[in-house]
Design a protein around this ligand. Structure first.
Ligand SMILES: Cc1cc2nc3c(=O)[nH]c(=O)nc-3n(C[C@H](O)[C@H](O)[C@H](O)COP(=O)(O)O)c2cc1C
Length: 209
């Protein structure tokens, strides 16, 4: 079932899955099945990557099928993130292989490509009724130690995976954040057709005449 809570109202028409993707902090207790997890991470692996390196790696913990890993990843999160992430069905640690396999040189695009993979997974999730919530609020050192991550892999982010739940189930402060209007920078601030905007007219659509 598609998530109709706090759908983004974009400036121009976009795919409905993109508008419905959001980062919830309320999740239902419905487990995300092994099959759905496989679909999500297959979607992640479909992303483009520099030299086709596919530098993304994911350590996944499911409350149902791998509760120890779930708790280990949860334990690396900042306290605030733990408070709501503990209710998700699954949690994943996203890592980047920082060197190219073909010549062992540093891959400056590794984290870029991991981001693409996670974004792709998020959209596949919306199609399947699942929402993820990415987090930077975790300890990279704790995650590295917990899973004995090799030195040439960087810890990028952690994200929860689950079916979005009732906003009312959250503490008051989180309810407000869950329903706060979702705004995006206007196109004129992020898209500069024809060149970088001049100092006088930072935004071409607001340039001084
Ligand atoms: C890399 C990254 C790190 C984030 N870190 C956190 C975090 O630590 N805790 C949190 O509650 N949300 C975190 N978020 C969620 C953002 O706050 C959220 O994506 C943003 O407010 C836009 O909301 P939306 O995803 O619902 O459109 C993070 C998102 C990204 C992409």
């Amino acid at each position: 079932m598609s998530d109709t809570t706090n759908v983004l109202q974009p400036e121009h028409p976009i795919l409905p899955q993109l508008a419905q993707r959001r980062s919830p902090r309320a999740y239902t207790s419905q487990p995300v099945s092994a099959e759905v997890l496989q679909q999500l991470f297959t979607a992640a692996g479909s992303a483009a990557s520099c030299f086709g390196e596919q530098p993304w790696r994911f350590v996944v913990g499911s409350q149902e099928s791998s509760p120890e890993a779930f708790q280990k990843i949860l334990g690396t999160l900042a306290e605030f993130n733990q408070s709501w992430a503990k209710n998700a069905s699954a949690i994943a640690l996203a890592l980047a292989k920082t060197t190219f396999s073909h010549d062992s040189n540093p891959n400056a695009w590794a984290k870029h490509d991991v981001g693409q993979a996670v974004a792709t997974l998020a959209i596949q999730g919306v199609e399947l009724g699942v929402q993820i919530h990415q987090m930077a609020g975790f300890s990279q050192e704790a995650a590295r130690a917990a899973f004995e991550v090799p030195a040439d892999y960087e810890l990028v982010s952690v994200f929860t995976i689950g079916y979005p739940g009732e906003v009312e189930a959250l503490p008051e402060a989180l309810q407000q954040r869950e329903l706060a209007p979702r705004s995006r920078k206007p196109l004129g601030e992020i898209m500069f057709e024809g060149g970088w905007p001049s100092v006088q007219g930072e935004r071409y659509d607001q340039a001084q005449k």
